[in-house]
Design a protein around this ligand. Structure first.
Ligand SMILES: [Fe+2]
Ligand SMILES: [Fe+2]
Length: 310
């Protein structure tokens, strides 16, 4: 790294600290503000819940689907932030006795992810107060974190940057513009997005830093591990699809015919793959960073793997 690159990298770490201090919020005082969820509103916008794919449902049933998916959306963030935070703490080790600006930026990142996990637990409990009982999200965050952290740091950072960029994309493109959305749900993701913007910058800085220390062979193996991680995410989505479709059929208030259940499951899976896999991989910033680090052949390998998840 030359002197100019070094300065601009430090300046980028520094800027995330300044912004993190400026936008910092408190779960109860700023986000919840004594409010409750109102089930006359949607939680997730149509652009994410893809409710039009649920062709057999009435409009109130589609609203209920948006609420189930919204709850799962909060739980999925709570899940991934467990491994993201552990990886950030591990990466901070590289800066302990080095760049103290980078160290402070990562410490703030970690602190924010702990707060976000608490926020998402709170949201899950608040939604539980207003929706019918029986919802399940049985995926163990520590089990997932153990499996993810078994992969190389390069692969974990690739997945993490993808997630932290799609949080912003979802908020700006779908959540913010939807006038029918729950104001409380909107605020949760507005405040979350404000802190995630810094995380995505740090992911990129750390990913490029870690990448510079790899051999071509190590990077090639890491590309396969990133593909494995995306497949693991898909496994989680398939599990939660079953849980959410079963919950919907059990509590929607009418008999759901045997032939309708697979259609509802297909629609849930389509929405979840869009939310957690495909929307983020189309994000221009993610593609720019990823394709700068890998060869054309590695890019094609990733695209071929993604094509199987339609
Ligand atoms: Fe977060
Ligand atoms: Fe984050």
């Amino acid at each position: 790294m030359n002197a100019i690159d070094k300065i601009s990298t430090t300046a980028r770490y520094e800027r995330t600290i300044e912004t993190s201090k400026r936008v910092r919020w408190d779960v109860e005082r700023d986000v919840i503000r004594g409010r409750r969820f109102d089930t006359t509103h949607k939680f997730l916008p149509d652009g994410l819940s893809l409710v039009d794919a649920f062709t057999t449902l009435s409009s109130s049933e589609k609203r209920f689907v948006s609420q189930i998916q919204g709850r799962t959306y909060a739980n999925m963030f709570g899940l991934v932030e467990r491994f993201i935070n552990a990886k950030v703490l591990e990466l901070s080790h590289d800066h302990w006795l080095g760049d103290q600006v980078a160290l402070e930026a990562l410490v703030r990142f970690s602190d924010e992810e702990l707060k976000h996990q608490a926020l998402f637990r709170r949201i899950d409990a608040m939604i539980d107060d207003v929706l019918p009982g029986g919802y399940r999200f049985d995926i163990d965050p520590n089990g997932v974190a153990g499996a993810v952290l078994g992969k190389s740091t390069w692969a974990v950072l690739g997945l993490t940057l993808h997630i932290e960029l799609f949080t912003q994309l979802h908020y700006r493109q779908s959540i913010d513009p939807d006038p029918e959305l729950s104001e409380l749900f909107k605020d949760v993701f507005l405040y979350h997005w404000r802190e995630e913007s810094q995380h995505a910058i740090l992911d990129e800085l750390e990913w490029v830093r870690v990448d510079a220390g790899l051999t071509a062979e190590q990077r090639d193996k890491a590309v396969d591990e990133l593909i494995d991680l995306v497949a693991a995410v898909d496994g989680i989505l398939q599990t939660q699809t079953k849980a959410d479709a079963t919950y919907f059929a059990a509590v929607c208030g009418r008999a759901v015919g045997g032939g309708e259940v697979p259609m509802i499951e297909t629609a849930f899976l389509k929405a979840y793959r869009w939310q957690y896999i495909h929307s983020g991989l189309q994000q221009p910033q993610f593609r720019k960073v990823l394709f700068n680090l890998i060869t054309d052949e590695q890019g094609q390998r990733i695209q071929a793997a993604l094509a199987t998840l339609q």
